[in-house]
Design a protein around this ligand. Sequence first.
Ligand code: SAM
Ligand code: ASE
Length: 348
Amino acid sequence: MAEHLSQSELDYPFKLLEYFNGFRVSKVIFSACELGVFDLLTTSPCALSAQQVAQSLHASVDGTERLLDALVGIKILHVELQDGTALYSSTDVASVYLAKSGAKSLHDMALYQSQTIYPLWNNLADAVREGKNQNRKTFGIPPEEVFQAIYRSEEEMLKFMGLMDSSWVLDGHDVVTAFCLDGFRNIVDFGGCTGALARELAKAYPSSSVTVFDMPAVVETATQRFLRENDTFTFQSGDFFHGELPAADLYVLARILHDWSEDKCLTLLKRIYDICKPGGGVLLVEAMLLESRRGPIQAQLFSLNMLVQAEGRERPPSEYTGMLRRSGFRDVQLCRTGKSYDAILARR
Ligand code: SAM
Ligand code: ASE
């Protein structure tokens, strides 16, 4: 992305126009998720016409046909002609990632992006001007604490938890095996939410005990809605800024520090340092910027997302290692996974 504008781009701005269409492409995919297009096509034994899809989804034939054609245009669906009728079917990528029951479903991620993040980004210019999140302007809620906004209703809490849960389908294994964590017997995942990363930790380190620590309401929803029969990790509720913290050999902070200002990050890291045993560790998991901050574009966009929705930002590794050292930690190591999320391990 962001190549220098070549002469041909100046003659005709192909790339620029493609960027302009970015939000339309996103919404085509998100809307198809919301309507259940991928669930229908993935479970259907044969390819379906626009009319059949429209009928099943209780949608207009004309609108459905345009949406399906756009999905074919971006190669998310297949189309074939049979006696002059277009018949649509799912691609493998759509079946695996976009259907609700897909093997690595990102359906809940798409829903949250469409229904919560998209409206927030509508106020991006204001967020840049004011340098603070747009929860109040976007959703008409008082400028409360970040997670009071994110969890402003039971429905929003469930949707956010769905987003958090689905991300580790992609990077979870890489992140928990970025370092050998065999030596850590008791692992606590601070702000571990639904337990998606704890599940990966428990799988990779079957002889360690893994605990998810999160706010009471989150723990309650996680155990009721996200826990699976053969899960071996446990939950503990509390407040990592104020309450008592559980003892452990390894503290995991995945997508926690990026929510907060540097002050709050240091407060949290120092609290962890105080209860950490010598030899114990902290594992940070974040979408880390390059030291130059010139990429990856995903981390740059996530950082703007933290501006519109939270108090924090995405940071390069040196900022995390700096905060760890200032909190007292040593032996700081970085592992770039090559995917969206990277890891830093430090020890007391
Ligand atoms: N670690 C999970 C992941 O990466 O998928 C979830 C990250 S989510 C961005 C932040 C988590 O921190 C949420 O689950 C939230 O409920 C939790 N959290 C926020 N403030 C907290 C606090 N004061 N005490 C405990 N958990 C908190
Ligand atoms: C947070 C992570 C996220 C707080 C709010 C969030 C994400 C979206 N909203 O800690 C996940 C990563 N970012 C994006 C844009 O999907």
